[in-house]
Design a binder for this molecule. Structure first.
Ligand SMILES: [Ca+2]
Ligand SMILES: [Ca+2]
Length: 81
């Protein structure tokens, strides 16, 4: 994993807030799905679940900011967002 620059961190936080539709400071599966679709990533539902479980490292069923940063890095390394 490459370290995130301050501007990447800001970008990640902006995305996080924009897609945290219910404002609970967590990204759930539906919110992640909306984000990925918006960014043009296509996921089969099964692989989305698999992916979500993979990045949800503490297993509480939602992504906190720290967990979301991993998603951000995956997106970043794929598309250079
Ligand atoms: Ca949320
Ligand atoms: Ca989690």
């Amino acid at each position: 994993m490459m370290p995130l620059s301050q501007s990447d961190l800001t970008k990640a936080q902006t995305l996080f807030k924009a897609y945290d539709k219910n404002g609970d400071q967590r990204i759930d599966m539906e919110e992640l799905k909306a984000l990925l679709i918006e960014l043009g990533q296509s996921f089969e539902n099964a692989s989305l679940t698999e992916y979500f479980n993979e990045v949800d490292t503490n297993g509480d069923g939602v992504l906190n900011m720290k967990e979301f940063l991993v998603v951000f890095q995956h997106l970043y390394s794929k598309n250079g967002l």
